[in-house]
Design a protein around this ligand. Structure first.
Ligand code: SME
Length: 172
């Protein structure tokens, strides 16, 4: 049984080093992308303070489709280029949004959300999805959070292996 250990880190980089270690242990020996996305969402939501949503959107037939997550029920399909998630795919880069109300086209799945961090999952040759985090606090996320979640995305991609895109396509 995996038991998430509470993290008493003094700084955000320390927090994310510890979180990354726990995620590596949690995903070790498992390559199923959906199972790994489910456990990654659960770990993020349990361990990170001040979140109201943590989860995955997966690219299917050219649009983002809701994947495993923790939080309130969310919108299912997001076209590339729409909202914060679609922007992360279109621009192939992480989106750090201090105030979602000021982001043109932000898609409000939970009215409580005030800030957001979206990190694209970039496979061998294309974006295969995103990790999306929402917070009820304005400016909850900073560059340390972005670097930390980019490391979390890399661990998920490595655990799922080179076949992740094919595995997701088979599941669609
Ligand atoms: N706010 C996102 C939509 C997904 S929910 O936050 C879970 C966006 O603008 O793309």
């Amino acid at each position: 049984m995996f038991e998430a250990r509470s993290i008493a880190a003094g700084s955000k980089p320390e927090f994310y080093r510890e979180l990354a270690g726990q995620l590596e242990a949690l995903l070790m020996g498992e390559s199923d992308p959906i199972a790994n996305a489910a456990n990654t969402s659960a770990l993020l939501f349990q361990m990170m303070p001040d979140l109201n949503w943590a989860g995955f959107y997966i690219m299917r037939s050219g649009e983002l489709v809701l994947g495993p997550f923790q939080g309130k029920p969310a919108c299912v399909r997001i076209p590339v280029g729409r909202g914060v998630c679609g922007a992360a795919v279109a621009q192939r880069k992480s989106m750090l949004v201090e105030d979602v109300h000021a982001f043109p086209g932000h898609i409000a799945c939970d009215a409580a959300s005030r800030s957001e961090l979206v990190v694209p999952l970039i496979g061998r040759d294309s974006v295969i999805g995103v990790i999306d985090l929402d917070s009820p606090s304005p400016a909850r996320f900073d560059a340390d959070d972005q670097a930390g979640i980019e490391r979390i995305a890399a661990i998920w991609l490595a655990a799922c292996g080179e076949g992740v895109k094919a595995a997701l396509a088979r599941a669609s």
